[in-house]
Design a binder for this molecule. Structure first.
Ligand code: SF4
Length: 333
């Protein structure tokens, strides 16, 4: 039986908690062989309620896999995932169904996310009809209210995606995501397919929605300036692992991990003074990752230990962040 104290503790716990989550995929190698690739390895990540957590890193570093694991669109190979206190790691579809409505995904490309044969009304109404059996005047009223909330005038109700701009299509996607009253919204590069002039409007709108609805965001983006604008915390991924995590302002202005420093080197206006070194070389092949710290072939701080011993993600620097780096732990950075 829940008590006021247990309810208060539950309210303080992160909405989402990933513990040592690993996801391996089997891929074909040659005509007769297959091999396993770890897309995500031993990821520990919490999404505190009502906050926006950014996930950044190069293409293929595992950001989208983390998002799909949290939404249980993928089953983890190992580790555990809790959503609002419920362990969803192995929950069957029947148990997941009531939770799915509380987790929504907004895709990068609103044109691909919307059915070209459905009007804005039909797209937004669909989850209300399917999940709640809404009909008639109630349905029309709820869709109209959602349209108003995302700033689309009533005349857009019967427009098809090709009759709207990119920003208007993304607003329809957001209204559809809001329809069932989610707690968590995963935003996968939500503005990267939009014109620059529209991006700022959508970002501002997403921020006001979050505070207005108490939403929790997982925000995936290549654009570190956007992440800094929107997110409270940020996690930097490299080859399937989190290498630095902490308050967005701290990590994105004075990163500690050499890879995070290299990412920031490309965005001089975000740094607090000083010049950061850029990173040499290409990301390694995930099918045969380097031993020890996977970043060692590209790292100017690498020492012998880095080639054999993988660093754990532990408290580092100001104590508010976690960093996976021997040089940081040893005080060399
Ligand atoms: S552990 Fe070693 S190789 Fe890895 S980032 Fe730190 S210094 Fe560089």
């Amino acid at each position: 039986m829940s008590t006021p104290r247990s309810e208060a503790v539950a309210a303080m716990a992160p909405l989402v908690e990933m513990r040592a989550v690993t996801k391996r995929f089997r891929v074909r190698r040659g005509a007769f062989h297959t091999t396993e690739i770890a897309a995500v390895s031993e990821v520990d990540l919490g999404l505190p309620r009502g906050t926006a957590v950014g996930l950044v890193g190069e293409s293929g570093c595992g950001k989208s896999t983390v998002a799909r694991l949290i939404l249980r669109l993928l089953d983890p190979t190992a580790g555990s995932i809790r959503f609002d206190g419920t362990d969803i790691t192995t929950l069957a579809e029947a148990g997941l169904r009531p939770l799915r409505r509380r987790m929504q995904l907004i895709h990068q490309n609103p044109s691909a996310a919307l059915n070209p044969r459905m009007t804005a009304f039909a797209s937004i109404a669909e989850p209300l009809v399917v999940q709640e059996g809404a009909r008639g005047g109630v349905l029309v009223e709820r869709v109209a209210a959602l349209m108003a909330e995302v700033g689309l005038p009533g005349e857009f109700l019967h427009r098809y995606p090709h009759e709207m701009s990119g920003g208007q299509r993304q607003r329809v996607c957001i209204a559809r995501a809001l329809a069932l009253g989610p707690s968590l919204v995963v935003l996968d590069e939500p503005t990267s397919a939009l014109d620059v002039s529209v991006q700022a409007q959508i970002l501002e709108f997403l921020q006001s929605l979050r505070s207005g609805h108490g939403l929790t965001y997982l925000f995936i983006s290549h654009n570190l300036a956007v992440v800094r604008q929107v997110c409270d915390r940020v996690a930097v991924m490299y080859l399937g692992r989190i290498v630095e995590e902490g308050p967005a302002d701290a990590v994105l202005s004075a990163p500690l991990h050499p890879y995070a420093q290299a990412l920031l080197a490309a965005v001089p206006r975000l740094r607090q003074g000083g010049v950061l070194p850029s990173v040499a070389g290409d990301p390694p092949n995930p099918a045969s990752p380097p031993s020890g710290c996977a970043f060692h072939p590209r790292c100017r701080f690498a020492e012998a230990r880095c080639r054999t011993e993988r660093p754990d993600l532990v408290a580092g620097g100001d104590g508010e962040r976690r960093v996976a780096c021997h040089a940081v732990a040893e005080g060399r950075i």
